[in-house]
Design a protein around this ligand. Sequence first.
Ligand code: TYC
Length: 98
Amino acid sequence: SSDSDVILKTRRKTQRPPMYKVLLLNDDYTPMEFVVHILERFFGLNHAQAFEIMLTVHKKGLAVVGVFSHEIAETKVTQVMDFARRHEHPLQCTMEKE
Ligand code: TYC
């Protein structure tokens, strides 16, 4: 050991937590206004943004409504599913790892 000794540490990449997409699925029965309301209420979208995403789901079958940490994504899915069920609409909301 001397003043000029050095230790070369193995560089490990800093891991960032995985992010999760929250997806809304189309169906034939849930009213369009109800979906718009959900997007405003639980995802903080303004009316125009909410309407646009609702129409994308309606036309394409599904859309990503936001990307969140696992815990936040899980909370959003639960809130949407509970709210839809309470109003007896078949709306489906799921999450998947990005
Ligand atoms: N397809 C529905 C209708 O025509 C509207 C709808 C949009 C339903 C988006 C679900 O995630 C959804 N009333």
